[in-house]
Ligand binder design. Structure first.
Ligand code: CA
Length: 234
C-alpha cells in the first residue's frame, strides 16, 4: 500500500508542484485548497502525513492543526506546517499548536521531501483494511460500511462516527459532552440533547438485526456493551 499524503494548500501552482513531486516519490496525494474542508477530508481519508499551509481561506493552518490534535481518531497523524513567515514567534506558535515540523517558504523541493520521509518513519504502515468488531457488529473503517451479521446497516455520517467512537473502546462510558466534542467538534454549537437524537437513530438502524448493545447510563452518557444494565428505556 502507498502512503497517503494530504496537502492543504491554497496556492494552486505550489500545490501542483508539490503534488507532482510527492507522486514521483511514490505517494498518493490528496489536495485540499480550502481550510474549512481540511479536517473533514483528513477524517475521511486518514492520510499518513499532512502538509498544512499556514495561511488558508476560511480557517488558518494553526486552527486546523489544533482541531486535528483534539480529535482522538486523527490526532496522531504527523503535520508539517508550511509558512511564508520566518519569524521565530510564528514557528513557536505553529509547533505549540501541535505541528511536528515547520518549513518556511521558499523551501527546496528535496528538503520538503526529506521532511516528509522523516515524518513517515513515525507513521504506521498503511493497513489494507481496518476493521472494528463488537459481537456481530462489524465496521469497515476504510469503506465506511457497517454490517450486522450478513446485513448491511446504512448509517448517516454522524451515526457512523458515534458508533466508531463507542466501538473503539467497548464498555467505556462516553459522556455526552465528550461525544459532542469529538464527534461534532469544538467549534460547532450543538445541544447535548442532539447526542440523544443521533443515538436513537443509531439504535434504530442497528437493532433491526440484533439485540441492543448500546447502553444508556443515566445522566452520564453512552457505551457499547454486551450486557446492557437495563437503563435503555429513554
Ligand atoms: Ca496560503
Amino acid at each position: 500500500m502507498k502512503h497517503k499524503v494530504m496537502l492543504v494548500e491554497d496556492e494552486e501552482a505550489l500545490a501542483l508542484l508539490l503534488k507532482y513531486n510527492l507522486e514521483k516519490e511514490g505517494y498518493d496525494v490528496l489536495w485540499e485548497a480550502r481550510g474549512g474542508k481540511a479536517v473533514a477530508e483528513v477524517e475521511q481519508n486518514m492520510p499518513s502525513v499532512i502538509i498544512l499551509d499556514w495561511m488558508l481561506p476560511e480557517l488558518s493552518g494553526v486552527e486546523i492543526c489544533k482541531m486535528i490534535r483534539s480529535k482522538p481518531d486523527i490526532k496522531s497523524i504527523p503535520i508539517i506546517m508550511l509558512t511564508a513567515k520566518g519569524e521565530e514567534e510564528d514557528k513557536i506558535k505553529g509547533l505549540s499548536a501541535g505541528a511536528d515540523d515547520y518549513v518556511t517558504k521558499p523551501f527546496s523541493i528535496p528538503e520538503l521531501m526529506a521532511r516528509v520521509k522523516t515524518q513517515l518513519r513515525r507513521a504506521p504502515e498503511p493497513a489494507d483494511e481496518k476493521e472494528l468488531v463488537f459481537e456481530d457488529i462489524v465496521m469497515d473503517i476504510t469503506s465506511k460500511k457497517v454490517f450486522r451479521g450478513e446485513n448491511y446497516i446504512h448509517l448517516g455520517p454522524t451515526e457512523f462516527r458515534l458508533l466508531r467512537m463507542l466501538m473503539e473502546t467497548p464498555g467505556k462510558v462516553f459522556s455526552r459532552e465528550y461525544l459532542l466534542k469529538t464527534v461534532w467538534g469544538d467549534n460547532i454549537y450543538v445541544e447535548s440533547r442532539t447526542v440523544d437524537v443521533h443515538i436513537r437513530r443509531l439504535r434504530k438502524s442497528l437493532n433491526e438485526f440484533g439485540p441492543d448493545y448500546i447502553r444508556t447510563v443515566r445522566a452520564t452518557g453512552y457505551a457499547i456493551d454486551k450486557n446492557p444494565i437495563g437503563e435503555n428505556e429513554e
